[in-house]
Design a protein around this ligand. Sequence first.
Ligand code: ATP
Ligand code: MG
Length: 222
Amino acid sequence: MSAVLEARGLQRRYGGATLALAGADLVVERGQFVALVGTSGSGKSTLLQLLGCLDRPDAGTLHIDGEDVSRLSDDALARVRNRRIGFVFQSFHLLPRLRADENVALPLRYAHVPEATRLERARELLERVGLGHRTHHLPGELSGGQCQRVAIARALVADPPLLLADEPTGNLDSTSGREILELFTTLHAEGRTIVMVTHDPHVASFADRRVHLEDGHIVRET
Ligand SMILES: Nc1ncnc2c1ncn2[C@@H]1O[C@H](COP(=O)(O)OP(=O)(O)OP(=O)(O)O)[C@@H](O)[C@H]1O
Ligand SMILES: [Mg+2]
């Protein structure tokens, strides 16, 4: 069975002269929970965006679920993102005019699932993240922690093999942050593969591997 993620020599340079990412090698096996850690500007988000096919490397190769995605067209890359990757962001990225269940159902629209099935599946996912009683609320009517749970339900609704998260607790108070980390721990125990960016050692302690970045280099693992 191939690794969920296999990155070799990934490089990214934004305009200027310095490399934001200077040749990262990372293999993530199925079921692993990996934290990308390092100080501000070390290249964590750059690496995560490359792993999630939200951005393209200037050099290096990336395999997701055994498929080489390094040279795909934009359309093909969008399909990879939609089918294989669930994203969770620090600031939730929910659509403000859509109800919680409609936000969660969105990825299924692109997968051409009929609407009634989409909403039914969305409500199942909202139940799983503890929001079965908030399915018809708008994001503005939910707390930060609840919004992040909606975002996690949305990331999981199409059952992708890989879940990526960039500072998922960064905008939350400590209680909501702890609840989100407990949810990630449960998902990990269920066999999900998770790569999470954080600068917080306590948050990173929930992962089973910590990959440390400094100045665009992966320097060690703990
Ligand atoms: N869109 C961009 N254009 C130009 N430079 C960028 C861009 N995004 C990031 N950089 C630069 O690349 C380097 C790595 O940034 P990155 O966002 O990956 O760091 P990070 O580890 O996620 O930091 P933080 O913890 O602050 O989120 C930094 O020097 C940053 O200034
Ligand atoms: Mg970042």
